[in-house]
Design a protein around this ligand. Structure first.
Ligand code: PMP
Length: 285
């Protein structure tokens, strides 16, 4: 694979980052994952805008312009011959060659920019989406700024391991009795034709796929309610699903061992997945 590190395209084995980089030492870094369909980027603009916001919230400098980022994404997709897959981008605060809790001087410290591709044939025509996901619920013990897409992913990783240990695929997290989101996706259930999902706040990531899917659902005259909900409501739902840039719309067929509907992907989730993928392909750049 060819990867991008701080201005250079290199074979992955030659790419290097300082051991003092705050991304490595302190998870002082933000990231984006953009999917690739038919060799083109899905909703690049949405990811670029969210990246800008994450950087601003953390007083981090932008490593380059949006146009330059698009060019790097496109070049990596091209040289790595990605038809279906992902582009991972990470910006860290960099380092001034030492370890200190205090941010280094932004005048003299450059952020680090790293990008690499992941080849994922069958991302759209996914066997996992045809089966649907089994999820468990776990407590949400993450920090209070989940709207910033930082690389602090240890607890979400542990959540996936808890799911795996329980024979499930993923976990939804619960705080103060209400579902926040999935370990790496936004969470929804459907009851009597109405889609319910948690409203945006600092408690969840403002999913790029969430925004597109809610818009498409509205355009398709589906009913949407953005409100807090409990895991018990979701268990009693007709269907459920998650959204993310890497899995699009993923039907959920089981929650904490309780099958939803007939235990297969729901009609509305399947339809939304199709509508989303159609538009994503058509609008990809
Ligand atoms: N919530 C969390 C915690 C996530 O990690 C992700 C995926 N990065 C999402 C939601 C979905 O966001 P997006 O649709 O932008 O991928």
């Amino acid at each position: 694979r060819t990867v991008f590190v701080n201005g250079e395209y290199l074979p992955e084995t030659e790419a290097k980052i300082s051991i003092f980089d705050r991304g490595f030492l302190m998870a002082d870094a933000v990231y984006e994952v953009t999917s690739v369909l038919g060799g083109k980027l899905v909703d690049f603009e949405g990811h670029a805008v969210r990246l800008e916001r994450s950087l601003k919230e953390l007083d981090m400098k932008a490593p380059c312009t949006k146009e330059e980022l698009l060019e790097i994404h496109r070049k990596l997709v091209e040289v790595n011959e990605i038809d279906e897959g992902l582009v991972y981008l990470q910006v860290s605060r960099g380092s001034d060659g030492d370890r200190d809790f205090v941010f280094p001087d932004p005048e003299t410290t450059e952020p680090s920019l790293v990008l690499f591709t992941q080849n994922k044939p069958g991302l759209a025509d996914s066997p996992a989406a045809k089966k649907g996901a089994k999820i468990i619920s776990i407590e949400d013990i993450r920090w209070g700024r989940r709207d910033i897409k930082t690389t602090q992913l240890l607890y979400p990783s542990m959540g996936k391991m808890m799911a795996k240990a329980a024979g499930a695929d993923d976990a939804w997290m619960i705080e103060d009795g209400h579902v926040t989101e999935g370990t790496s996706n936004n969470a929804y259930f459907v009851k009597d034709g109405k889609i319910v999902t948690r409203p945006l706040s600092n408690d969840i990531l403002h999913g790029i796929t969430r925004k597109a899917v809610l818009r498409l659902a509205e355009e398709a005259q589906m009913q949407i309610e953005e409100r807090l909900f409990t895991i018990d409501e979701a268990k009693e739902a007709d269907e459920a699903f998650t959204t993310s840039a890497s899995a699009f719309v993923m039907p959920v067929v089981e929650i904490d061992g309780v099958a939803l509907g007939d235990g297969t992907p729901g009609a509305l989730a399947k339809r939304l997945r199709e509508i989303y993928l159609d538009e994503a392909r058509a609008k990809a750049i």
